[in-house]
Design a protein around this ligand. Sequence first.
Ligand SMILES: [Zn+2]
Length: 295
Amino acid sequence: MVDDLDWHSPLPPGFAWPEGIRAAACFSFDLDAESPILFEHPEAVDWLDVMTHQAYGPRTGVPRLLRLLDRVGVRATFFVPGYTAERWPAAVCAIRDAGHEIAHHGYLHEGARGLSAEEQEVAIVRGLDALNRVAGVSPVGYRAPMWESSPDTAAMLLRHGFRYDSGLMDADHPYLLGTDVGTIVELPIHWSLDDWEPYVYLPGISGSGVIASPTEVVARWTLELDAMTDEGGLFMLTNHPFVSGRPSRAAALEGLIRHAQEIEGLWIATAAEIAAHVAALPLDPVFHQRPPLPG
Ligand SMILES: [Zn+2]
């Protein structure tokens, strides 16, 4: 229904950033490592080329990205599958010890498509248990693996104590997502602000074989950052340590972060910090209606 649509302002009624802030940016990293490959292609467990391609994230990318984030003085949010935490505990604890936020990203990177609500919930509980056991962390944020959510996901997150989700695509700014059991903050994302699409090439598994230049990728992210800032929205960048932890990509990302730091009135924060601000705003929740199938 669009009969109450107010097109005069880019922001919904009641939405405001903190005093002096006109937009926000969050630099997030999904520490997938081997998990998405093992979920989709369990036969690849013995493909050492593919397993090492993914292990680059925790083994080489994470240390480089932690040094980068330390240099620029930015705290980021890392979404970590439970399986990754169990397999790479030192990387996950190093992220925690450097002061970054650790959030939930499934257990074995299970997308919701093809899973029942019960199976989704098992993955959420197993991921929570792994993050707690390995890093002593109780995450408040969730990002659905492959951003695959179902109508059951938000209520399930609320039942398990989460305060935000970051995986829906229908807004530029955070909002309150309504469910039968309460509201949860949504921090929207988009495929164009994900490093997987331009950079990843795993023959037979993912990617077209065309690997973009970091100069070109960061140029397009910069366009979106500047335009999103002008619109007062949230620039939520999603990177993966096995992808953007490579040297020239990390160097280009550092340039983008330094550009963001020069923008007046741009709040660079963790997802949890942004969600805590939004949760306190007087916003009407958005209830996602299933579109009617044409008869
Ligand atoms: Zn992922």
